[in-house]
Ligand binder design. Structure first.
Ligand code: V47
Ligand code: SF4
Length: 375
């Protein structure tokens, strides 16, 4: 029980379902104890999603790691001529999609580098060949940074590109590339790439085109409480406008092999605080995800009591976090995911990318069931 009257008032506000302001958020970020923050987040989480935790069966595909940008926090990227660089062939890409389908995946999460020499058509073709061969696999592809790059390459309006990719099989957009919206922080971490207004405009246009998307925030580096709350409020404002975001994923900075490896990895306490703060600030986001690859399985389990109602998927072939020092396993089985959820006292429900319940009956292909509607 908190003895801080301002904190108690903010807790009552969250319990009543009232929206927290920028100042409220900064106060919570700086002063709230973990238990009060967790209590607030859990109320919001259970109001929206009851006792359920969602998971999905998915795989990751990073067609290239060669990237024109040099984000200081990125251990995944490679220079064009470096031996570390790779570009997957169409055959390798299709082999991955085949393997994903055979393992029962409902989703491929496709992101990568911005290759110096690859035209827009190369990225488009990846979506087309996978969708033509495996039409049931939902393709969640290209971060807003990649979409911004496609615009720079083609000089075509973003809406046109989104519709074009949709016509060959794009299903939705992942939430990466948001980092921290503040221009000062962005200037130090990832100068030149899509800025906050470009990131937000691309998601706005995607929502207008009928596509759903996710959002992220990279925390635990050089940002302050003000930067984090400003970031969350910008996402909340866009969600008020479009309603097109499904899930928010806080991303903990992983320092290994990056240019800012001197900054320590955020602690478990910071992970839980950020999860809870995100849940209470983003009152209009249906879901908040504890991405176990990045958080560790142990923190992802506890995070289900600190606002998270989704722990992502089986995730085969993850590279971005493993290159940056994640020691989480490369893959979890469905049985393991369900056990991690059940142990946390939650009810596991398999979802597809668009949050339809997934029904699997012996001897048949998986199929989408009812829409999982939340408050
Ligand atoms: O855009 C890169 C971040 C993102 C590091 O939408 C790093 O469902 C921490 O966006 N330490 C890619 N973060 C991952 C991502 C994601 C993951 C899972 C699910 C979804 C979804 C989206 O990872 C990048 C960047 O923001 N990132 N390097 C690093 N060293
Ligand atoms: Fe390139 Fe993305 Fe890495 Fe930045 S985070 S260097 S844009 S791959």
């Amino acid at each position: 029980m908190t003895t801080d009257p301002r904190l108690a008032a903010l807790r009552d506000k969250a319990f009543a379902g009232d929206r927290l302001s920028f100042d409220d958020g900064v106060y919570l970020d700086r002063n709230a104890d973990l238990f009060t923050l967790g209590e607030m987040a859990n109320v919001v989480r259970e109001r929206k999603n009851g006792n359920v935790t969602y998971y999905n069966v998915n795989q990751h595909l990073n067609p290239t790691n060669v990237c024109v940008y040099r984000c200081n926090f990125c251990a995944f990227r490679s220079d064009l001529k470096s031996p570390k660089g790779y570009v997957m062939s169409d055959e390798q890409i299709l082999e991955r999609a085949r393997n994903a389908t055979e393992k029962g995946a409902t989703e491929l999460h496709i992101v990568g580098g911005l290759h110096h020499l690859k035209p827009y058509e190369w990225y488009r073709n990846i979506i087309k060949i996978i969708h033509d061969a495996y039409p049931d696999l939902h393709l969640k592809a290209w971060t807003a940074v990649e979409w911004d790059w496609f615009q720079r390459l083609t000089k075509r309006p973003i809406r046109d590109l989104l519709e074009d990719m949709k016509s060959v099989g794009l299903g939705s957009l992942p939430g990466g590339g948001a980092e921290i919206f503040d221009p000062g922080v962005r200037g130090q971490l990832c100068e030149h790439k899509a800025d906050a207004s470009a990131w937000l405009e691309i998601h706005r246009e995607a929502h207008r085109a009928g596509l759903r998307s996710n959002a992220t925030m990279l925390y635990g580096h050089i940002e302050t409480a003000e930067h984090r709350i400003d970031h969350l409020i910008k996402l909340r404002d866009l969600q008020d406008e479009t309603g097109g975001f499904q899930t928010f994923i806080p991303l903990a900075f992983h320092p290994d092999n990056t240019k800012i490896a001197n900054i320590p990895k955020p602690s478990g306490l910071t992970d839980l605080r950020t999860m809870a703060l995100s849940r209470v600030m983003l009152d209009n986001f249906p879901h908040v995800k504890a991405y176990w690859v990045m958080l560790t399985i142990k923190i992802a389990q506890v995070a289900q009591s600190y606002g998270a109602d989704d722990i992502d998927g089986t995730v085969v072939h993850e590279k971005i976090y493993h290159d940056a020092g994640s020691d989480s396993p490369q893959e979890l089985t469905v049985a393991e995911l369900r056990r991690f959820i059940t142990e946390a006292g939650r009810v596991p429900v398999e979802r597809d990318t668009l949050y339809n319940e997934v029904i699997r009956e012996p001897g048949t292909k998986w199929r989408a069931g009812r829409k999982l509607v939340m408050a």
